[in-house]
Design a protein around this ligand. Structure first.
Ligand code: GBH
Length: 479
């Protein structure tokens, strides 16, 4: 029997995990300090033309130097869970285990200790997009399956060994879809490979599939290592985080229903089917043929042995999906997926648009997507990211920006939809993390997009201020 309590009148199971989330490169800064090696994002962000106004994570929110202060803000909110990521190249400047940077280990020991001392349980992501640059340059990064499995495996092992006495929830990868598609197809994220974007050539047809393949197997290596060597003694859990919008069929025509299902399988199933079922979704094999790599017999065995403990889901928005009307000559991932998406139907938007053009506020989509995930995988779900930016927030005067009622109603709507999925549909969503704890470096969008429930004043020494949404969320958790 689940006992529900009602924060802001939204019922949640008593032991529900309420947290906030961040990622190392987006908040830490201190890019060259204490022996940290460069990652693909240092190089990418320092390449002219790649990010909005050339913004980099060199300083970001300066979180590296403000651990005490930031944890104090979490304590003020009554937050008991915090999703953070580790910068691989702080621990291993070249990405390889032959050169361990003790100051990097010391730093995360310090951070984890501060959290734990303050009653906050860390959920730790091993990879939030910041591949050590050396692994990319020397071995071809995620395009090199064997090197990826070895080096990610070593790095994961080091993290479990160093921090697993205090960290009980591990997330191997954040949004491998983004690493594969944004990094290797359209090149808007590091390492910026893209056939159409000179001078970084690349093979936009093959590479996204190869990168995804390496990441899936690297995940499995890490999970197996954890299960074999650490889980019993440390008593923690491990999984992967995947991202998707919900794809709502544009009409009830069978071809649009199929298109919706196909989109979900291409987006989530691409990673989750191998992880939970041991192979890619059949529809991907049919559509992509031999462009989609195959798992060898022993790799399949590995996938089936290395069973994840939960499904991490990052979810922000919903689009209408229909069968593609026009035939394209392309032969890439999107051609194989073969769907059209839109945020309008009969001239009406699906929801209000946030600041980012991809983010429409559609709370009911959250209920549908967690149902889709549970129906297909029958596994416990953590919503490891959900949140929004606010129209024009970066242009608003400070006192208006911190009164973010738009974000409050977004969070209210989405949490309510997730509550309904738990209560009425019996979907086992065990936790929820607001993206983000604070405004931060929003990748290719630089500092122009703000997702935080704390305002960061980049011009004024990175001063933090709780927004209305932080207060609202604190009250929900308290209730
Ligand atoms: C999350 O991804 C990231 O995990 C997090 O680091 C980030 O800060 C947060 O979003 C907010 O953006 O217009 O073609 O470039 C969310 C999933 C998938 C949403 C890619 C944006 C952009 C598509 N993202 N999408 S495009």
């Amino acid at each position: 029997v689940i006992t529900f309590t009602r924060g802001h009148k939204i019922p949640f199971p008593k032991d529900f995990v309420f947290g906030t989330a961040t990622a190392a490169y987006q908040i830490e800064g201190a890019a060259k300090e204490d022996g940290r090696g460069p990652s693909i994002w240092d190089e990418f962000s320092h390449t002219p033309g790649k990010t909005f106004q050339g913004a980099t994570g060199d300083v970001a929110c300066d979180h590296y130097h403000r651990l005490e202060e930031d944890v104090k803000l979490m304590v003020d909110m009554g937050i008991k869970y915090y999703r953070m990521s580790i910068s691989w190249s702080r621990l291993l400047p070249n990405g390889t285990i032959d050169n361990i940077n003790q100051r990097g280990i010391d730093h995360y020991n310090k951070e984890i200790d501060i959290l734990v001392k303050n009653g906050i349980k860390p959920f730790v992501t091993l990879y939030h997009w910041d591949l050590p640059l050396n692994l990319h340059k020397k071995y071809g990064g995620w395009l090199n399956k064997d090197a990826s499995m070895k080096h990610f495996g070593d790095y994961a092992d080091l993290c479990f060994k160093s921090f697993g006495d205090r960290v009980k929830n591990w997330i191997t990868f954040n949004e491998a879809w983004c690493s594969s598609v944004l990094g290797y197809l359209n090149g808007v994220h590091a390492p910026g490979r893209c056939t159409n974007c000179k001078p970084e050539q690349g093979d936009s047809i093959k590479e996204p599939y190869l990168a995804a393949h390496s990441i899936i197997l690297s995940h499995a290596v890490a999970v197996e290592t954890y299960k074999k060597r650490y889980q019993q003694s440390q008593g923690g859990f491990i999984g992967m985080t995947m991202n998707s919008d919900w794809g709502e069929p544009l009409t009830d025509k069978p071809e649009d229903q199929d298109a919706s299902e196909r989109m979900m399988e291409f987006q989530l199933g691409w990673f989750a089917d191998p992880i939970f079922k041991g192979d890619y979704p059949p529809v991907m094999r049919r559509q992509a043929g031999s462009l989609l790599p195959t798992f060898t017999y022993s790799e399949k065995q590995l996938l089936l042995r290395a069973k994840s403990d939960f499904f991490g889901l990052n979810h922000y928005s919903t689009a209408y999906v229909s069968a593609r009307s026009s035939v394209s000559n392309d032969n890439d991932y999107f051609a194989h997926m073969n769907v059209s998406t839109t945020h309008e139907k009969d001239g009406k938007p699906i929801g209000v648009m946030a600041d980012s053009p991809w983010l429409y506020v559609v709370p009911w989509g959250a209920r549908r997507i967690v149902n889709w995930v549970y129906n297909r995988y029958r596994i416990k779900i953590y919503v490891t990211e959900n949140g929004c930016d606010v129209p024009n927030e970066d242009k608003l005067p400070f006192d208006q920006a911190i009164n973010d009622t738009f974000r409050v109603s977004y969070l209210h709507g989405y949490l309510n939809a997730i509550s309904e999925a738990i209560q009425q549909d019996n979907v086992p969503v065990a936790g929820y993390f607001v993206w983000s704890f604070m405004d931060n470096y929003e990748w290719a969008d630089g500092y122009a997009k703000r997702f935080g429930i704390h305002y960061v004043d980049y011009a004024k020494n990175n001063t933090r201020t709780a927004k209305a949404s932080a207060k609202w969320y604190a009250e929900l958790i308290k209730q």
